[in-house]
Design a protein around this ligand. Structure first.
Ligand code: ZN
Length: 227
């Protein structure tokens, strides 16, 4: 980017560039051997002209010499080729970084989209679970798996559960209550279900116990895996 702005700041247009190349090309064609390198500028001057690092008015005064000195043209052509390679590498690097930024942006969009997918209601289906009475879950039961990021749980109660007010608790294996809520269960399409707002995204993932009871009745417990 630096070199790109130098190029503009120091006044090389594409036409100027062509003029220099034409002048040098003629110089080469005429083949002025100059074994003693009489009147030659230092190689730094040639390098700076080739790399557009020298302001054009300053470069101008060397053009007469360059049109009449084959060794200088040879040096200049080498510097110019090196400059072109650097420029190409720089442009490739810029293109690569643009590509990376585009990929990252795409990935971020994808992640946001997936987050919004998981951030939907978690369905906790107890319909086909046995009803384990008490505050200890049946150790043989596979755990219910729920994503902690879900802002709301829709709990399908065991078949035959009646409507009414229910209490929900999530308890650690050592018996501490992580979360407690109550809400009304309703029967829709033969499913008695209970919608509970949950805020567990800051809790640690791992094994817990989900406890449910109809308010005033005995608890039922299910192994729970918060992912
Ligand atoms: Zn020369």
């Amino acid at each position: 980017m630096q070199r790109e702005s130098d190029l503009n700041a120091k006044g090389y247009s594409e036409r100027d560039e062509k003029r220099i190349l034409d002048a040098l090309g003629r110089g080469l064609l005429k083949e002025f051997p100059n074994p003693g390198r009489a009147g030659c500028p230092g190689s730094d001057v040639l390098r700076r002209i080739a790399a557009h690092e020298m302001p054009l008015p300053e470069a101008e005064k060397w053009l007469d010499h360059l049109t009449s000195c084959s060794p200088c043209y040879g040096d200049f052509a080498q510097f110019q080729a090196a400059h072109q390679r650097r420029r190409t590498r720089m442009l490739l690097a810029i293109a690569a970084s643009i590509l990376i930024v585009v990929c990252l942006a795409g990935w971020a969009l994808f992640l946001r989209h997936s987050e919004s997918l998981v951030a939907q209601t978690a369905v906790v289906d107890l319909r086909n679970r046995s009803v384990p009475r008490g505050t200890e879950p049946n150790p043989a039961e596979p755990p219910l798996e729920v994503n902690r990021a879900a802002p709301s749980w829709n709990i399908y109660l065991p078949l035959g559960s009646s409507e009414g007010q229910y209490d929900i608790r999530i308890v650690t294996p050592s018996g501490e209550i992580l979360f407690a809520a109550s809400g009304p269960a309703r029967l829709t399409d033969q499913i008695t279900s209970l919608q509970i707002p949950a805020s567990l995204s800051s809790s640690r993932s791992g094994r817990y116990v989900l406890q449910i009871r109809k308010t005033g009745s005995e608890w039922s417990s299910y192994p729970l895996l918060l992912r």
